[in-house]
Design a protein around this ligand. Sequence first.
Ligand code: SF4
Ligand code: F3S
Length: 106
Amino acid sequence: AFVVGENCIKCKYTDCVEVCPVDCFYEGPNFLVIHPDECIDCALCEPECPANAIFSEDEVPEDQQEFIELNAVLADVWDNITEKKDSLPDADEWDGVKGKLEHLER
Ligand code: SF4
Ligand code: F3S
């Protein structure tokens, strides 16, 4: 499955959800996740993310390995999102900031 990584936090551009053929994105207050059991590995979402936050499961950076489990856990409790909406207000300022996991709202 594909995995949403740390740089989505506090950005949430949502361009990714528009291209997913199986609608497997789930939305929290300031982060999105992919349901690992629903993702068909089509790879369409990866280039759509302006924050480069999406990775194939086997290409998730070493320091973001915990996001694999995080996507699985949160996809079960958050609501499905299938249409693009406005990004978070300070998305461009937060794009690329390190250590955003501490800001994850759930
Ligand atoms: Fe959806 Fe394809 Fe991205 Fe998986 S890889 S989340 S199926 S767009
Ligand atoms: Fe997040 Fe990128 Fe989608 S910032 S909401 S993974 S387009």
